[in-house]
Each structure stands twice: as structure tokens, then as C-alpha cells.
Design a protein around this ligand. Structure first.
Ligand code: FAD
Length: 689
């Protein structure tokens, strides 16, 4: 890195900034195009101050959410304001409003913002970000707000979006009430961070607004009505109302679905092939191939596939049973005011809502315990619930450490007594709704234009505190495993399947192995110049996008050879890690790629659990290859890291800081600064989760 290289880095940074700006604007156009429809459904008006005023709201909660977490917390917070203080709260996605009138909003505003990627705002917050970052000094002098950021301290730009919003709001003259809340998913404390922030803000609001606190009382945002019979307009779990038989708008004459397909309307994609990637059956990793033909969906190598799961039959039964619900009940929900949107297709049945639309597994929160106090089936249970909802440590010992989901926890508390005192409306409004899970695409859009490959490790482990209880399982990955077994005609009695699914889906929409999906653009991209050297670090399923990268290079070089072009490919060095040889992903494919790339591709493998061998991780291998890695970085290599955000990404960063510091004889701090510059210029990219 001489001066020339630094100049190049700065220049590359500028180029990247321009590209990002252009990309953002095209994303913005896309969102603006979508917005019309969304607004028409919710209020018909995008002017935030007008909507608040016209609907007589006395509190505004805004959220900017990427995967649904910020939305969940914003909704929980709004519900508590209603339940405890009887406030008339409007809770809104920033994507659906314009903010030129933000300074005229006559009420206090709470803002929930997730950070995504390199300290970025969520995709849907482009408009909001533009507005607050360009507001003049003093332009928001009437605004009183508080803010809760959702982030992950294992990323460099921890809560970057919330901090940026905060800086700009203050610069525009807004007044913050209370301290900025910062949830840290990296430390696993999001829920407790929220509870601490929320308690302090509620105290402050009580004083500021002279509120009287009442015992929390659930107030529904919807009119709930029970219907008699299933018609074509009743959703049975369809991911959006476009898939209902009564809705013909989005199909052509041949019955083929028409896009655009995105977060609001996924594509029902056939899984044309899937297979198990691990050799031993103690753990599972599934390779699935989704066919996007006819959808018009385009993906680029390095993008993510969002998969929309449904809950396992056992989990649905457990939930229905503890609340004593009738799965056949057909209901409709109508918003009681126009600022509220029903989060899933209605009318529907209780069974369909629980199977397809609600996130009924996963850890239960202390906040949920507080809201359930009002519905406890008897006084003893009420006391226990109250105690646990107030005692963070006891809650951790009795509930969280046992990996209880809501049904497990309530069964444990009531010793099996049914919770039929809990109204179904409360459950429909308080249980987070199902969100898609994201997967780094492991195919290349150059070699597989219509097919997207996904590599998913199946989440299934024994409950450490309760060895006789059911294992702790993930929703989507076990669904993919169920599909893989069925598709390959494996007799499931011969397997150790922990959960089972209805694979046919609502009205057989998912029959023959289909699932709802959409593609999410990422910025994880190979350098456009093929002669640029590339260092890839991806242990476990972190190797997924690198399989895509290498397939891309193979397809590119083959097409060049065919065209008679003599292109030279830069060195592509992949650091991969697995426990042993049983879980070595795509083991048979890599030598083929190396052959086809005439030695430009090399793979270095670290095994952490080989019998009679010492544990070796990708970080250790980086050090073993120190000279080569240093030389490649010096020659302008792009560095990519993918996989576990908690341990690996930090370990790799430290190893690279060490390599640069020794290679250039500079301090670790200076080496860390150099890596920051590489990040800014797009030459060090992370895709970690
Ligand atoms: P979920 O149902 O979401 O559960 C998550 C975890 O919680 C599981 O470990 C589960 O066992 C545990 N759990 C369940 N119940 C409880 C409870 N009551 N208490 C505590 N814990 C509980 N994954 C891959 O395998 N491959 C990839 O290529 C990949 N790429 C990704 C790319 C991005 C950008 C992101 C954000 C994530 C990526 N992931 C990838 C992770 C993936 O999105 C999912 O998070 C993962 O597969 C688990 O999904 P699931 O639905 O099976 O588990």
C-alpha cells in the first residue's frame, strides 16, 4: 500500500459511492412505484402530519425494519402504550409515508430502526433517510422523539442506522426524550435491551404527558368477526391474497402467476432437486434448487433468497391445544382505523393463521408474559406470571435457558391447565407474524439463470437443560429437510425427523415440492475485472456464496474460451472450514472447479474436529498462508467473508489485521484503519449472520 494504492482506494471509494447512489435511486423508484398501492390500502395519504392529525392520534410510533424485528418491537411498544395509558397510537412503517411535514406532527414520536449491512438503513427507509439526512438546521425544532436501534455488535457499524438518524435529527433541531436505545443481537440481549429502554421511556412519558397508568388492558386494533363457511375468498395459508381462487388479477390466461414478486408477494417456486450434503446423519445440511422459470425474477450471483416457511404440524397442535383453540373457526379482521393494516390475508381460519402467518416457535419474551397477566387462568398462575415478568434473572433461569416457546412456557406455568382465557384476537395481534428467512444463494446467475441454489444447515439440537424434551428446531431448515426426504422417497420412519410439515400447503398450492420465495438484492459481488485477485473466507454454510462465485468464474472462463478470447483470471483463494470430512460441503465439486480454472482457483481447508488432530479454524489457516495473503492484498485483492457473525467474522478480521500489521511493519491500529478503508471502498465485503 504505497500512496498510489491509497489514492486508488479513495478513488474506488468514490466510484462505489456513486454506484451506490445510483443503485439507491433505482431502489427508491422501485419502492415509490410499490408505495401507491400500499398507501391506498392503509390511509390513502402519505403526509405523515395530516394522517396523524386527521385520525386524532396522540402518539406516533415509526419503524424502519429489514427482516421484521424492528416492526415487532415497534408494535409491542405501541400495544403497551395503548394497554397501559389508553393512548391513541399510530404505528407506521416509514416506507408508507412522506416526511416533509414531520416537524408539524403534533405528538411525541418513537422511532425503531434496524441496521442492515454496513451500517445501512433498511431498504424501505430510503425516503425517510433522505429526508432526515437533508433536513436543514432547525427544520425539525418542534419534533420530540425517542429512538430504539436494533443492531448487532459483531458488525463494525453497530446500530449505524439509528446513530446516523439520531445525529441528523439532533442537527435539524429535534429534541430527544430519554436515551437512545441500542439492542445488541450479537450479545443475544435484544429483548432485555428493549425492556430496559422501554421501562425508562415509559417512566419519562408518564411525567411528560401526565399519563395515568392503568393495569394493562388489551385493546384490539381490529374488529374480529366469525364467519360461517369457507369460500374462495377465505385464505387457508396463501402467502398473499393474490393466490386466492377469488383473485384472478395476477394470473395470465394460462393460470401462470404474474409478478412482480417481492416481500409483499412471493413467487411459489418448485424445488426441482434437493439432496443431503452431510455424510453422517447426526447433523443435516440441505442443498435445494428452486426453479424461477416464468417468474421474471432475475438474480445476481451473491444475492439472497428469501424463503417463506410454515410451522410444523406438531408445533401447531401444541399451540392450538394450550389455548384450546378450534382450528376450523373462520374469522375476519377489519382495522378499526385506517392507519392500521391487517398483517396477513383475511378472512382466514384460526388453523391457517397459526400454521402459516404467526411465528409461534422461538423464544418467548418477558414482555409477552407481562401482557398475558390479564388473561391468566387463575390467581396462582397470575402471581407466577407477574413475578417472572418482573424478574429478569428468574425469567432467564426458568424460561429462556430451557428454550421454551410460548406454548412450552405456558404449559410449564399452568402445569397443563388450558389458557382458554386468552382471546384469539390477542394472539393474532401479539404473536409476531411469520417472516421469511434469508439464504445466501450458492449458484451463479451466469451458469444457472433460472435456478437458484440454497445451502441450509438444519437447526436441530437437543435441549441442553431438558434432555428428555423435544429438540430445539428451526422452522425453515426442518421444512427444507422434510421436502428433501419426501422428494427423494426416503421412508421417514427410518429417519430421526424431529418435526413434520403439511407439504401440500393451502389448497395444494405447494404440492410437488413448492415454497414461496423472493430474491433480495445484496451488495456482495465479485470484482468486475476477472484478473483482480480474490480472497474468500467462508466456513460452514458461509461457503454458499463462494460456490456461486466460483461457478460464475467457471462459466465466464468457459464462455471466453469458446469465443476464442484469452482472458487471464486472477488468483481465487478460498479458505473453507468444516468440523471433519463428513460435513465437508460440496467436497467432490471443488477439484472440478480447480481443473476448469487451470489452477487460478485454490482451496485451503481447516477442520476443527478431526479425530486425533488439533482444532484448526479458517483464522489459523489465514496465518499459515500469511505471505500469500499479504501479497494478494498488496496486489489489490478483494476480500470476502461469509458465515457466522459472532465468532468467525471477528476472528478473521483480527487475523487479517495481524497479517497487514506484520507485512507492512505498522501498528495494529493502523492496519485496522487500512481494513476500514478496504471496507469503505468495497474491497472487503462481509455477508455474515
Ligand atoms: P428459526 O425458526 O428462525 O430459529 C432460529 C434459531 O432459533 C434456531 O437455531 C432454532 O433452533 C432456535 N430456536 C427455536 N426455538 C427456540 C426457542 N424456543 N428458544 C431459543 N431458540 C429457539 N443459513 C444457512 O444455513 N445458509 C445460508 O446460506 C444462510 N444465509 C444467510 C444470509 C443472510 C443474509 C442471513 C440474514 C441469514 C442467513 N442464514 C443462512 C440463516 C438463515 O436465514 C436462518 O436464520 C437459519 O436457517 C434458521 O432458520 P430456521 O427457520 O430454520 O430457524
Amino acid at each position: 500500500f504505497g500512496i498510489d494504492n491509497t489514492d486508488f482506494t479513495v478513488l474506488a471509494g468514490l466510484v462505489l459511492a456513486v454506484l451506490l447512489y445510483v443503485k439507491r435511486n433505482s431502489i427508491k423508484e422501485l419502492l415509490m412505484a410499490d408505495d401507491g398501492a400500499i398507501t391506498a390500502v392503509s390511509t390513502g395519504n402519505r403526509d405523515i402530519a395530516q394522517v396523524v392529525t386527521e385520525n386524532n392520534k396522540n402518539y406516533l410510533v415509526l419503524y424502519a425494519s429489514q427482516t421484521g424485528t424492528a416492526e415487532d418491537y415497534a408494535k409491542k411498544f405501541s400495544k403497551e402504550l395503548v394497554a397501559k395509558f389508553n393512548l391513541n397510537v399510530m404505528c407506521a412503517d416509514v416506507e408508507n409515508y412522506d416526511f416533509e411535514s414531520l416537524n408539524d406532527v403534533p405528538v411525541i414520536v418513537s422511532i425503531f430502526i434496524s441496521t442492515y449491512g454496513e451500517g445501512d438503513f433498511p431498504d424501505g427507509a430510503v425516503n425517510f433517510e433522505d429526508f432526515i439526512c437533508n433536513a436543514d438546521a432547525g427544520a425539525l425544532s418542534n419534533l420530540k422523539y425517542n429512538m430504539f436501534g436494533l443492531g448487532n455488535s459483531t458488525y463494525e457499524f453497530f446500530n449505524g442506522a439509528a446513530k446516523k438518524a439520531e445525529k441528523n435529527l439532533l442537527a435539524a433541531g429535534a429534541t430527544r426524550l430519554g436515551k437512545l436505545g441500542e439492542a445488541d443481537d450479537g450479545a443475544g440481549t435484544t429483548d432485555e435491551d428493549y425492556m430496559a429502554w422501554k421501562d425508562s421511556i415509559l417512566e419519562l412519558l408518564k411525567d411528560n404527558l401526565h399519563l395515568d397508568e392503568q393495569e394493562a388492558k388489551f385493546t384490539s386494533q381490529f374488529q374480529y368477526s366469525v364467519l360461517d363457511e369457507v369460500s374462495d375468498a377465505v385464505a387457508l395459508g396463501e402467502p398473499s391474497s393474490h393466490y386466492l381462487p377469488s383473485h384472478e388479477l395476477n394470473r395470465n390466461a394460462d393460470g401462470i402467476q404474474l409478478g412482480p414478486f417481492d416481500l409483499s408477494q412471493p413467487f411459489i417456486a418448485p424445488i426441482v432437486k434437493s439432496h443431503e450434503l452431510f455424510a453422517s446423519n447426526d447433523r443435516n445440511c440441505i442443498h435445494s434448487e428452486f426453479d424461477l422459470s416464468g417468474s421474471n425474477i432475475k438474480y445476481s450471483t451473491g444475492d439472497h433468497l428469501a424463503i417463506w416457511p410454515s410451522n410444523a404440524v406438531e408445533k401447531v397442535q401444541q399451540f392450538l391445544s394450550i389455548f384450546n383453540l378450534d382450528s376450523e373457526t373462520i374469522f375476519d379482521l377489519k382495522p378499526l382505523d385506517p392507519t392500521v393494516k391487517v398483517p396477513f390475508p383475511t378472512p382466514t381460519t384460526v388453523g391457517a393463521a397459526i400454521k402459516h402467518y404467526l411465528q409461534i416457535t422461538g423464544p418467548v419474551s418477558r414482555q409477552m408474559f407481562s401482557s398475558l397477566i390479564q388473561f391468566a387462568p387463575n390467581a396462582d398462575i397470575k402471581d407466577k406470571l407477574t413475578l417472572l415478568s418482573k424478574d429478569k434473572d428468574q425469567f432467564a433461569v426458568e424460561i429462556t435457558s430451557k428454550y421454551f416457546n410460548i406454548a412450552d412456557a405456558l404449559h410449564y406455568l399452568s402445569d397443563g391447565i388450558k389458557w382458554d382465557t386468552v382471546p384469539v384476537q390477542f394472539l393474532l395481534e401479539s404473536i409476531p407474524h411469520m417472516t421469511p428467512r434469508y439464504y445466501s444463494i450458492s449458484s451463479s446467475s451466469l451458469s444457472e439463470k433460472q435456478t437458484v441454489h440454497v445451502t441450509s444447515i438444519v437447526e436441530n439440537f437437543p435441549n441442553p437443560e431438558l434432555p428428555n424434551a423435544a429438540p430445539v428446531v428451526g422452522v425453515t431448515t426442518n421444512l427444507l429437510r422434510n421436502i428433501q426426504l419426501a422428494q427423494n422417497n426416503v421412508n421417514i420412519d427410518d429417519t430421526n425427523l424431529p418435526v413434520h410439515y403439511d407439504l401440500n400447503g393451502p389448497r395444494n398450492l405447494f404440492d410437488n415440492y413448492k415454497l414461496p420465495v423472493h430474491v433480495r438484492r445484496s451488495t456482495f459481488r465479485l470484482p468486475s475485472n476477472p484478473s483482480t485477485p480474490v480472497i474468500m473466507i467462508g466456513p460452514g454454510t458461509g461457503v454458499a456464496p463462494f460456490r456461486g462465485f466460483i461457478r460464475e468464474r467457471v462459466a465466464f472462463m468457459e464462455s471466453q474460451k469458446k469465443g476464442g478470447n484469452n482472458v487471464s483470471l486472477g488468483k481465487h483463494l478460498l479458505f473453507y472450514g468444516s468440523r471433519d470430512t463428513d460435513d465437508f460441503l460440496y467436497q467432490e465439486e471443488w477439484p472440478e472447479y480447480a481443473k476448469k480454472l487451470d489452477g487460478s482457483f485454490e482451496m485451503v481447508v481447516a477442520h476443527s474436529r478431526l479425530p486425533n488432530s488439533k482444532k484448526v479454524y479458517v483464522q489459523d489457516k489465514l496465518k499459515d498462508y500469511e505471505n500469500q495473503v499479504f501479497e494478494m492484498i498488496n496486489n489489490g485483492a478483494f476480500i470476502y467473508v461469509c458465515g457466522d457473525a459472532k465468532g468467525m467474522a471477528k476472528g478473521v478480521l483480527n487475523a487479517l489485521i495481524g497479517i497487514l500489521s506484520r507485512g507492512k511493519a505498522i501498528s495494529s491500529e493502523d492496519a485496522a484503519e487500512l481494513i476500514k478503508m478496504l471496507k469503505t471502498s468495497g474491497k472487503y465485503q462481509e455477508d455474515v449472520w
